[in-house]
Design a protein around this ligand. Structure first.
Ligand code: ADP
Ligand code: MG
Length: 305
């Protein structure tokens, strides 16, 4: 059951670290700077003395993101989107290049510094069933990240969890449930609650709606956009579906074979696509929705031309 988010903010303890991260990003320092990022994966050797074959998943990717903005990262399957997301989240070490978040070089941080820095960035994955521990109740899944904050006692933590559940459109009674008792859309709402509960400066969502049916996709995309408007976090939204990106992203970056092939404001990329990959992705957008404007139809014709 989805409920309307109600404004209970007045009774909620602020998360101590929250505003600090955002305010430490001046207008000049970008939130995120990705410079010449390269990632190779070694594959198993086919013969003992043969050179190990490798996949060049990222071949020199650079871009920046400003605080509070929304960047859609699109590309066909295998183009390197998830690899880029993992380097940006410091889940893997790049082969070369640099990721700077809030002025800090992520790969120069000690493990303890990285743990502390992780409050500023959170990730939402495609498959919430895989990323949510099935033995934990929703309230514990959402509240887990708050345990590291000594400023919040158990009662304040519980209040924040309830508040966050309502924010993602779930009744607070969902806190007592286990992931398997939820629908796919509800699980993704829980994954989003988990990501935003500590008020991060930056959220990376890797194909967050790809496993959901169309109606639920639209609801989750609208939720992400609304939460972003409300909380001001920046969002790197990864998808192979330009239709999804259209709904949440201000800017679009198109990847092909480990390289950025197109990058710009959403409407510029959609209306004046230059690269064949962008045109192909535009051509794959779902047919005109009843509420759609002529715009998208034009885009489709353009893409197919
Ligand atoms: P996308 O998310 O755009 O579909 P990925 O980033 O998952 O693309 O993959 C990019 C390329 O890197 C693919 O060729 C994929 O097979 C390869 N790759 C990704 N992760 C690994 C890994 N851990 N080991 C070996 N190859 C990988
Ligand atoms: Mg992927």
């Amino acid at each position: 059951m989805a409920v309307d988010p109600s404004p209970q903010a007045a009774s909620i303890e602020p998360v101590a670290a929250a505003g600090v991260a955002l305010s430490s990003t001046s207008a000049k320092t970008p939130l995120l700077e990705v410079e010449h990022l390269v990632k190779h994966y070694a594959l198993p050797r086919e013969r003992l003395f043969a050179a190990a074959p490798r996949v060049e998943a990222l071949r020199g990717v650079s871009f920046t993101m400003q605080a509070g903005t929304s960047l859609g990262l699109v590309g066909e399957s295998g183009s390197g989107k998830s690899t880029l997301a993992r380097q940006v989240m410091a889940l893997e070490r790049p082969t070369a290049g640099r990721v700077t978040l809030l002025g800090r070089d992520l790969n120069a941080l000690s493990p303890a510094e990285l743990r502390a820095a992780r409050r500023d960035f959170q990730m939402v994955f495609q498959d919430p069933y895989g990323s949510l521990d099935p033995r934990m109740r929703v309230a514990d899944l959402v509240g887990e990240a708050l345990r590291a904050l000594p400023s919040l006692d158990a009662a304040a933590r519980a209040a924040r969890v309830r508040h966050t559940l309502v924010e993602v459109g779930l009744d607070p009674s969902f806190g007592a449930r286990f992931p398997h008792e939820l629908s796919g859309g509800q699980r993704q709402r829980v994954a989003i609650a988990r990501a935003i509960v500590r008020e991060p400066a930056f959220v990376v969502a890797d194909e967050p709606v790809s496993a959901l049916d169309m109606t639920v996709q639209k609801q989750i995309l609208a939720l992400i956009r609304a939460l972003q408007d409300k909380h001001g976090f920046a969002c790197l939204f990864v998808s192979h579906d330009l239709g999804a990106v259209e709904q949440v992203a201000d800017r679009v970056l198109v990847m092909d074979d480990g390289l950025v092939v197109e990058h710009g404001p959403r409407d510029q990329v959609f209306d004046h696509a230059r690269h064949p990959v962008t045109r192909r992705l535009l051509g794959a957008m779902p047919a005109l929705q009843p509420e759609g404007s002529g715009f998208r139809l034009l885009r489709r014709e353009f893409a197919q031309a």
